[in-house]
Design a protein around this ligand. Structure first.
Ligand code: B12
Length: 258
């Protein structure tokens, strides 16, 4: 993930500060020697910056933590950053929390910092080619009571990078508000994410109403097959990068004009 407003080479990005296009999976060609060396240098940098980040978090050194996280996210395409930095980081937070080495205060401190870093990408104005009037509109939210919206935010940013017109409502959104926003925005699809099934099933009838108006996707740990069927939604791959690929493919069919 390049710094907002910067290209992958660190120079200022063109026009609206467009991030470089996703290169997840690469070209499929054999990597060159320089590429392999580059990759190992990159993983050393990730390991070092990661150690620096956790050392800074321990003492609530926000400035050092910001520098370390900026190093982790610098010059990496968005989908690569999600896979190699953001998701492992969130799992590490969970592991440290479970091991008792991370307090509530530490957890809030790192979650807030990562959230701000990710949100900074959303504040970069779209490139003039993005968000074409024919591009599908997708609304993303978490159902009422659900506050885990970080992966959803990553998915929103990756969709935006692919030219989708994204409307991100984030955590803890009442279903009636999602429904009203869906109508007002003319959303082609809605993606809801939650960690627990109950977050969906407690709203089953309202969600079925929503699914009757638009294409509803349910994602996250709470979206098992039974829950998805109960609310009339469609499922998505658990891997956010793969989910974006699937969504983009299905959106092209749903909107018909993209
Ligand atoms: C950061 C965090 C928080 C932050 C959230 C910040 C934010 N804005 O997102 C805060 C502090 C708010 C928080 C609060 C709580 N949390 Co919390 N939290 C976490 C933590 C460390 C990371 C969460 C995360 O983003 N995981 C995302 C990825 C990395 O993991 P994942 O959930 O398995 O998701 C995978 C897939 O499901 C998929 N996916 C997930 N979302 C989406 C969305 C889309 C669109 C797609 C396509 C895919 C997808 O992608 C992932 C990779 O495959 C996890 C631990 C962990 N290791 O996950 C606990 C965790 C999720 N939290 C937990 C709990 C219990 C809580 C609290 C109840 C704690 C409390 N007592 O207050 C509250 C509940 C708040 C609420 N009402 O929702 C539990 C949930 C257990 C459960 N399923 O019931 C976990 C698992 C920790 C644990 N082991 O106990 N939490």
């Amino acid at each position: 993930m390049a710094h907002p407003g910067r290209g992958r080479d660190g120079r200022a990005a063109d026009g609206g500060g467009r991030l470089s296009p996703t290169r997840a999976g690469g070209s499929g060609a054999e990597p060159s020697r320089a590429g392999v060396r580059g990759a190992s240098v990159r993983s050393v940098t990730i390991a070092t910056a990661s150690d620096e980040l956790w050392a800074a978090v321990k003492t609530f050194d926000a400035e050092a933590a910001e520098i370390a996280i900026a190093r982790l996210l610098w010059d990496v395409p968005l989908s690569g950053a999600v896979t190699s930095v953001v998701l492992p980081f969130l799992h590490e937070v969970g592991d440290r929390w479970a091991a008792g080495t991370l307090s509530v205060a530490h957890e809030h401190f790192v979650s807030d910092m990562l959230r701000r870093k990710l949100s900074a990408f959303a504040s970069v104005p779209p490139h003039h080619e993005d968000g074409a009037p024919t591009a599908p509109v997708v609304l993303l939210a978490c159902p009422p009571g659900e506050r885990h919206d970080m992966v959803l935010l990553c998915v929103a940013l990756m969709l935006r990078e692919r030219g989708v017109r994204v409307r991100f409502l984030g955590a803890d959104t009442p279903v009636q508000a999602v429904l009203a926003a869906t109508r007002a925005a003319g959303a082609d699809a809605v993606v809801l994410a939650a960690t627990r099934q109950a977050m969906f099933t407690a709203q089953a009838s309202a969600l079925r109403e929503l699914a009757a108006e638009t294409v509803l996707y349910a994602a996250g740990r709470g979206a098992d097959e039974q829950t998805i069927a109960e609310i009339g939604a469609r499922g998505l791959p658990a891997d956010p990068v793969r989910a974006v690929v699937v969504l983009v493919g299905e959106l092209a069919e749903i909107s018909g004009s993209w």
